[in-house]
Design a binder for this molecule. Structure first.
Ligand SMILES: [Zn+2]
Length: 147
């Protein structure tokens, strides 16, 4: 790691370290210290929009896979982490657009199968493109597990 500029927020020295970010997802807080990168002694880390979006997607994934129950705020957060409108999410999950709206207002509980489908989309957005548009989909018979 080379030299870094002092922290923009507090002026402290910035060194290579572990980044810690807390993301609020509805009722849940998700702490993520899985990434290394430049960080100051006070924990400030400069991030671009792509990096922030990745933290949000990971936080949505953690909540969808670990939370005992999820409600409207968590579903809305997960949808937004994908950049989807309610109509788009409804199309992907094969439900009526009003259903997504009812989930998000809390007037209807998301079914287990819809939650699992949403979890699958958040965990691998590329799979959705391959299934929907065959974009990047393999057509040969032998596929490989990524190393
Ligand atoms: Zn700082």
């Amino acid at each position: 790691m080379g030299k870094h500029h002092p922290c923009d927020e507090c002026g402290a020295a910035v060194t290579a370290g572990r980044r810690v970010r807390r993301t609020r997802v509805g009722r849940y807080k998700v702490d993520d210290d899985s990434r290394a990168g430049p960080v100051c002694a006070n924990g400030h880390a400069e991030m671009d929009l792509n990096e922030l979006a990745e933290y949000e997607r990971q936080a949505a994934l953690v909540v969808l896979s670990q939370a005992a129950d999820i409600g409207g705020e968590e579903i809305r957060f997960a949808r937004k982490s994908l950049g989807f409108t309610q109509a788009r999410l409804a199309g992907v999950l094969d439900v009526a657009p009003e259903t997504v709206s009812r989930w998000e207002t809390g007037s209807e509980t998301m079914s287990r199968v819809s939650r699992l489908a949403l979890l699958a989309v958040v965990s691998d957005v590329g799979a959705l493109a391959r299934i929907e548009k065959r974009e990047g989909a393999r057509t040969s018979e032998t596929l490989f597990v990524a190393r």
